[in-house]
Design a binder for this molecule. Structure first.
Ligand code: PXG
Length: 290
């Protein structure tokens, strides 16, 4: 495996960064997770726009232009000969001193890893996932914005620990007001009376790229979609539920906190969206140069 670090293509074992990098010392940095399907990088431009926005929000000067980052990403995929896989793009604040001050870090570092990923076993795509609600809340808007895809995932990691300890593969996260925000690494949707609902971004959700793809696919399918503030009650009593994420794709949910959702099987609208999603990834994306 070849890993890209700051202009160099390195063997996995040589791909190392400084222990003084503020990405390690403070979680000071940002990242993106991107998929490669059939030799094409899915929604690459949207991911890079989100990376640029995350950088802006945390006053991080990217070491390269967006166009150069796209080029380095495609070259890394090519160097690894991947037709299907997962790209982890990381920008750390870079090397600095033992002190918070990010202005003492002269140059950010860009790391690109291209590998494969499988988040959930196939049986859950066929039969659905069981969720539990995590006690750990999404931070309030006055804290670190959930819009920033930062290297600070401890909030989500702690929620994931709760889910796993409760025997669930994914967990629901609420905001400080008790409204549904998202899951630890996925956005959430419900279907009720033929209408798709998802919490608004300002409920504490990441502006997921897959979430946006669902907006487009729902419009194509002629299914209305609304951004709706919701509580756990709305999920317990929904007719269908599903999650979206770059790693998870679109996955049905059939229970929350042991309450069976709808029929207890993946719903028709969910299954239709899954089908449409798989068709879309076949035909769209940025070609990796050969
Ligand atoms: N919410 C959060 C908190 C995420 O981290 C999503 C939603 C979905 O967004 P996209 O843009 O991917 O549709 C994410 C992204 C993992 C893992 O290992 C998951 C993500 C990122 C990195 C790792 O579960 N999901």
């Amino acid at each position: 495996m070849k890993v890209y670090i700051d202009g160099q293509m390195l063997d996995r074992n040589d791909a190392k960064i400084s222990v003084f990098d503020h990405g390690l010392l403070y979680g000071d940095g940002i990242f993106e997770g991107i998929r490669i399907y059939h030799g094409k990088v899915f929604e690459l431009d949207a991911h890079i726009v989100r990376l640029v926005d995350s950088a802006k929000a945390i006053c991080l000067e990217l070491p390269m232009s967006a166009e150069e980052i796209i080029e380095a990403t495609l070259q890394t995929v090519k160097a690894n000969g991947l037709l299907d896989g997962y790209i982890r793009l990381i920008v750390t604040r870079g090397e600095g001193g033992l002190g918070l001050n990010p202005y003492l870090c002269p140059k950010a570092s860009l790391i690109i890893i291209a590998d494969t990923i499988k988040l959930y076993p196939q049986e859950h795509y066929d039969n659905g996932l069981a969720l539990i609600t995590c006690g750990t809340r999404r931070p309030a808007p006055g804290a670190l914005s959930p819009q920033v895809k930062s290297l600070n995932y401890l909030n989500n990691v702690l929620a994931k620990v709760e889910a796993i300890q409760a025997g669930a593969l994914e967990g629901l996260m609420l905001n400080e007001q008790g409204y549904v925000a998202e899951c630890t690494g996925d956005n959430i949707f419900i279907v009720r009376d033929g209408v798709i609902h998802t919490p608004p971004i300002y409920a504490g959700a990441l502006d997921g790229i897959t979430r946006r793809v669902i907006f487009r696919l729902a419009a194509e399918a002629g299914v209305p979609l609304a951004e709706t503030n919701m509580s756990r009650y709305d999920i317990y009593t929904a007719h269908e539920c599903f999650l979206t994420g770059t790693a998870a794709e679109v996955i049905p949910v059939v229970s929350l906190d042991k309450r069976v959702i709808g029929s207890g099987k993946p719903g028709d609208i969910t299954n239709d969206l899954i089908k449409r999603f798989h068709e879309l990834v076949k035909i769209s994306g940025t070609e990796v140069p050969i």
